[in-house]
Design a protein. Structure first.
Length: 172
């Protein structure tokens, strides 16, 4: 290990130790930390308390880090029954979107029929799709992906309630 990496590691351990001690010294801090749902939230919370615990060996300096809003998994999930789409990139004949949904279900009797190809990747949560002609039911969890051919009738049977389902959608 290079000396600069050793010093970075020791500094991180020092900040972690100070942060742990603060959990006993500052009222309600333990509960606030316990409410974090992922590593990025913990790192941002620690940073707001004055502790730098997120840097790893070889990482860029703090001011060069991506902003929290650049993290796809840090986006706020909509209320139950709603879906949001956030454009990530697009070209002349394609579009990549982040889709956030919470307890979404296609209304009874309605089928989606799109003229574009679509590939989806579940990043967090799960979803269930029904297909018509041929009939099929597909359950997807984090890491699963699915290709939707043009004009393949489909519907959402469910997406997870809070904290919701997060996926990427590539349409072309």
């Amino acid at each position: 290990m290079a000396e600069v990496d050793l010093q970075r590691f020791l500094e991180k351990v020092k900040h972690l130790q100070m942060m742990v001690k603060s959990l006993d010294d500052v009222p309600n801090r333990r509960e606030v930390l316990a409410s974090c749902t992922d590593h990025n939230q913990v790192v941002e919370l620690a940073r707001s308390w004055g502790y730098e615990i997120g840097r790893r060996w070889g990482e860029l300096q703090q001011e060069e880090h991506l902003k929290l809003e650049d993290n796809l998994l840090a986006k706020a999930i909509p209320l139950n029954g709603h879906e949001q789409r956030h454009l990530i990139q697009e070209g002349s004949d394609w579009k990549l979107e982040l889709v956030l949904s919470s307890a979404v279900k296609t209304p009874k009797g309605l089928w989606h029929d799109q003229d574009k190809k679509e590939w989806i990747l579940i990043l967090r949560g799960s979803a269930s799709f029904s297909f018509k002609g041929p009939d099929a039911l597909v359950d997807l969890s984090a890491g699963d992906h699915l290709y939707l051919a043009p004009n393949r009738l489909h519907r959402f049977e469910r997406t997870d309630p809070h904290p919701g389902t997060t996926w990427l959608s590539l349409r072309w």
